[in-house]
Design a protein around this ligand. Structure first.
Ligand code: CDP
Length: 219
């Protein structure tokens, strides 16, 4: 094993928390590729183009000036000179990111940028949906983080609404299932292949998952 560490997983699998913590503990860089798709959607909206207008969105994303933070403790995102750190987490934006993520020309552009970052900083944890399969299939450490649907939903509700009470769960369920349905049209991101270790975190604490990832990378 070794670096880079590639981590894929669905929403609520804990991949962001785990990836950031692993990077912190091992002194590695950290790249959140989901944030790049969020930035792409933000940039397209700011440019006033319809997210379904693929050529127009592609042109915006190819020209997009985006500084990706690589410090796990400082994830401030600057796009076109603006701090978009909180804007890209807004529920309205989360709802439309997949419209941009299904655009294969946008994916090609962002994947090229991700590969350039990895080449310049090979001691890195990269998280997303297609890292082990497309972005860095040769990474020595490849992990697929999964969790049961109930676990993912409760984590998501706490993250987005600060509560896992019944009404928060119901509202979150509606959002997540809508987004998962949209995402499944992109590709079979979660398909398992040789060299990818699946960790089901449903019954594990964050610390346990972090320890498991560290052991795999250092083994
Ligand atoms: O944390 P969560 O998975 O909910 O969201 P994220 O990682 O911030 O990713 C936001 C969206 O970007 C996902 O719902 C996918 O549509 C897209 N995405 C992608 O297509 N490929 C990636 N490598 C990462 C994210």
């Amino acid at each position: 094993a070794g670096y880079p560490i590639a981590i894929d997983g669905p929403s609520g699998s804990g991949k962001s928390t785990v990836s950031r913590q692993v990077a912190r503990e091992l002194g590695l860089c950290y790249l959140d590729t989901g944030a790049m798709y969020r930035a792409a959607a933000w940039a397209a909206q700011r440019a006033g183009v319809e997210l379904t207008d693929q050529p127009a969105v592609t042109a915006v994303v190819r020209a997009m000036k985006l500084e990706m933070p690589l410090d796990p403790d400082n994830q401030v995102m600057i796009c076109e000179g603006e701090d978009i750190t909180s804007a890209i987490r807004a529920p309205e934006l989360s709802r439309v990111v997949s419209r941009v993520a299904v655009n294969l020309d946008v994916r090609a552009e962002l994947i090229a940028r991700q590969r350039a970052i990895i080449a310049a900083h090979p001691r890195i944890v990269v998280e997303g949906r297609d890292i082990t399969s497309v972005v860095a299939p040769d990474a020595p450490t490849k992990i697929l983080l999964t969790a049961s649907e109930a676990t993912r939903l409760a984590r998501r509700a706490r993250e987005v609404r600060g509560s896992a009470a019944p009404d928060a769960l119901a509202a979150t369920r509606a959002e997540v299932s809508e987004r998962d349905a949209q995402d499944s049209t992109v590709a079979s991101f979660l398909e398992d292949r040789d060299g990818v270790v699946t960790i089901d975190s449903s019954q594990m604490s964050i610390a346990d998952v972090v320890a498991a990832v560290r052991a795999l990378a250092q083994g």
